[in-house]
Design a protein around this ligand. Structure first.
Ligand code: NAD
Length: 258
């Protein structure tokens, strides 16, 4: 049986982390060739075991998605090894000290915006020419529910909100080349990034979990499955959209008393 991404080449940034590695696993299992990018470290052991021939279709590439020379080199890899690029997933992020606007430090603002917004700008900028050559493509960007309602963390919220606006414009600008651009806004997902943070606040974490109408926080595969749909041709008439994948968080919480 043909995989849903058979014959497609993808670049996933932040691919050694929780959500990124889940996306790489899903993409490999559906037949894609994948450049798994991360800043440092090594891909999780099981990434190469996702399918019988998947080892040939996986390239781990260490690079900083917020440095233009690094990004250009990744695109060169895509061209040389896979003949081009069909799918980009803007997923990488790094967390820095982030507070309300009164106390947020300028260098933490700069570092957060670099990690969460400049990276997607550069990766998208350099992916578009390759996608034009292929007759189209799909860009999936991972934002956050923080961009949809007030939660916390000023710089992260600004970056993730900016990502939605930028990627919506990309959808309009490049629709005539059949390049689609959509955004996923995850709620809390069980990755080390979120679990390490919430470990410090067990009472707050218990309260947070109760806010999710579906009764649980997300798993990386919940986001990966949605990214697969948006990356594949099954969503060929979907562009410029924002999808909350959040266990119903944005729908609101039912009152337990009335
Ligand atoms: N986990 C959650 O609860 C949650 C909720 C909403 C949104 N998100 C979003 O999902 C995405 C993935 O988050 P995660 O929880 O899997 O995080 P994670 O920390 O597990 O993974 C992020 C990865 O990005 C990499 N990275 C950092 N800076 C980089 C750079 N300059 N270049 C390349 N790679 C870099 C990190 O090394 C890491 O492996 C992020 O965009 C995050 O904002 C996560």
């Amino acid at each position: 049986m043909q995989g849903r991404l058979q014959g497609k080449a993808a670049l996933v940034t932040g691919a050694f982390g929780g959500i990124g590695s889940a996306i790489v696993r899903r993409f490999l299992a559906e037949g894609a060739a994948v450049i798994a990018n991360d800043l440092c470290g090594a891909p999780p052991q099981d990434l190469r075991a996702s399918g019988s021939d998947s080892e040939d279709r996986l390239i781990a590439h260490l690079a900083d998605h917020s440095k233009e020379a690094d990004v250009a080199e990744m695109m060169q890899q895509a061209r040389e090894r896979f003949g081009g690029l069909d799918i980009l997933v803007n997923n990488a992020f790094a967390a820095f000290e982030d507070t309300d606007i009164e106390t947020l430090r300028e260098d933490d603002w700069d570092r957060t915006l670099n990690a969460c917004l400049k990276g997607p700008f550069l990766c998208t900028k350099h992916a578009v020419p390759l996608m034009k050559e292929r007759g189209g493509g799909s860009i999936v960007s991972i934002s956050s529910v923080n961009a949809l309602r007030a939660v916390s963390e000023t710089a992260y919220t600004a970056a993730k909100g900016g990502l939605i606006s930028m990627m919506r414009l990309v959808a309009a600008d490049f629709a005539e080349w059949n390049i689609r651009s959509n955004v996923i806004c995850p709620g809390t997902v069980a990755t080390s990034a979120s679990l390490d943070y919430w470990e410090q606040f067990p009472a707050g974490f218990a309260e947070l979990k109760r806010m999710y109408p579906l009764g649980r926080i997300g798993e990386p595969v919940d986001i990966a499955s949605y990214a697969l749909f948006l990356a594949s041709d099954e969503s060929s008439w979907v562009t410029g959209t924002v999808h909350a994948v959040d266990g119903g968080l944005m729908a609101g919480t039912k009152l337990s008393v009335r």
